[in-house]
Design a protein around this ligand. Sequence first.
Ligand code: HAM
Length: 427
Amino acid sequence: MVTIKAPRGVRDILPEESWKWSYVLKKTSRMADLFAYREIHLPVFENTELFSRGIGENTDVVDKEMYTFKDRADRSLTLRPEATASIVRAYNEDRMDNGQQPAKLWTSGPMFRYERPQKGRYRQFWQLDFEALGSNSPYVDVEIIKLAIDLFTDLGLSNLDVIINSVGCPQCRPDYTRKLKDYFRPRLDSLCKTCQDRFERNPLRILDCKNENCKKITENAPDIYESLCKDCRDHFDEVTQGLERLHISFHLDKRLVRGLDYYTKTAFEVLSGELGSQNAVCGGGRYDNLSDAVGGAPLPAVGFAAGLERIVLVMEQQNCSFGNEPGIEVYVISADNEARQEVLSLVSDLRARGISCDMDFLERSIKAQFKSADNKGAGYACIIGHDEIASGNVTVKDLDTGKQDSLKKEELFAFLTEGLKDGKRDR
Ligand code: HAM
């Protein structure tokens, strides 16, 4: 029989890696608290319309990458390719407009896109997503970028490149799109097939084509700054001044247009050279018209999402610390078969006192049990055998120093609690 494997583009996060994820998630949650963002849990599937109207029919995500299926009642549902549209839906549906504004929310979890798998690009991947809804202040844009930078800095990431642009708004973008089309029309034959298609459907996307020839052609394309309306220009100036004020180094990149249609004004990405062609650790921006697009009231908002797999990849490549790999505190060893009931009971007593511990379930030799204690990172081994049962004592060995004692049970609990209190085993 053929063994069933995981589908292409998805992977298991084994315990050897998952503790690193927990470390990043813990830091993220701490950063969210510092910036006053509250956690929200969202469904992993939504009505397909939320994404097709929210993200835009002409985007790659909606056009080619969604996992869409019919449920048993013939409704079209889609595994979420991102979290922003869902957060806007939740804001509207759960009447968050009645609460404090802006509503500052964060979430994390798996997203799904049918993309060509490669390093740092998967079909199921995790995002850390932060959104501030209900304010059009440029200072929220600054705060959201600062949050991303502080998170990455706290995780120890270095050599990151922050790029920023303004993609305008429905008032000024049509004028810019017209200028772009006028520029590209006589050069259409020289563009790649994908860009020829983008010319009608989404000309802005030609600007961030990775094809060398298209890149060359876009070099002299009209500059969006010259087409921005006063409101967009003032907003952008305020954002860049705010970033300078907070000493965040960034550079302007007029080719940055992002792959989702909902952006207005600020767009930004944080890039790492460590990631190869999939070099964005995070991306985000302002999306003042997404709520209208999905049938809600106008709602100015800004946010970003970072790829968890990519963060961990960069951290590994830059030898960043993930804290200590968690280990158990105590391993309880049975020296002979008659001690097993006693071991079971001691393990249970230790756990009841909040001490993490484990025991052998394979009736292995003492030597093998010591090896398990070592593999599991235990700080102490407790040993119970015929002699200990007769004396009512437990032998305890400090596995770092090799020092051994024989203690009554109550003494043992006090001894271990004292020995473990300084985080001998970081959990
Ligand atoms: P995005 O640029 O599509 O934006 O994705 C954000 C981040 O998710 C990327 O920078 C990358 O780190 C990660 N990512 C995206 N696709 C994959 C993949 N296939 N495999 C691994 N990682 C991936 C958004 O999703 C927007 N919702 C961001 C946002 C929030 N804008 C405003 N608020």
